[in-house]
Design a protein around this ligand. Structure first.
Ligand code: CA
Length: 189
């Protein structure tokens, strides 16, 4: 028997295995990497922007969440970079290397209505990026908001230290589970 006649079926089998592993790969591959920035469980790393009242609250997104952030304010208008917002640092207070990730995600429960969100991000050197994220919340429903990290090219993505989320319309808003992900659809659990 020629060597080729033996090798061909072996190669064919190996190729089939490779294709199968790509098609039905483990869910961790589909999910990609995720890294939590802040889940508000420790009660650390939450502060209020100008004109805002901020507190911890028990209306978390799911049964894994015992606490989330509550933002209330009475003035309507442009939140700028530091007003009408929650100011959030990471769970352990350190800057986060986000270079392996493509998206910033957070959940919002908006009791005011359907709003877009002013997201402001600072790196360790205090460089600042700020912009509106045009994904509307839905009144009284937890909604995931996702922002591409490509927008933050002016920052040191290896050292993201603070995230502020602000709103235009006076009212009360809840936030939970701020995290980075490789993939847009990735969930924390
Ligand atoms: Ca939580």
């Amino acid at each position: 028997m020629k060597l080729e006649t033996i090798l061909f079926p072996v190669l064919l089998f190996a190729l089939s295995l490779l294709i199968l592993s790509c098609v039905s790969g483990p869910s961790s591959n589909q999910q990609g990497k995720v890294k939590i920035f802040q889940d508000f469980e420790s009660g650390q790393g939450l502060a209020a922007g100008d004109s805002a009242m901020v507190d911890l609250d028990k209306s978390g997104i799911d049964s894994n969440s015992t606490q989330c952030a509550k933002l209330s304010f009475e003035t309507t208008g442009d939140p700028g970079e530091s007003s009408q917002c929650v100011i959030v640092t990471s769970n352990d207070g350190s800057a986060i290397d986000t270079s392996d990730y493509s998206y910033l995600n957070f959940y919002i429960l908006d009791t005011q209505g359907a709003n877009t969100h002013k997201v402001t991000v600072l790196d360790e050197s205090e460089a600042i990026w700020s912009g509106w994220v045009d994904i509307k919340s839905k009144k009284n429903t937890w909604v995931k908001i996702t922002l591409s990290l490509r927008a933050l090219s002016s920052l040191d993505r290896k050292a993201i230290k603070e995230i502020r989320i602000g709103e235009w319309n006076a009212g009360t808003y809840f936030f939970d589970n701020i995290y980075f992900s490789e993939k847009k659809t990735a969930l924390l659990q």
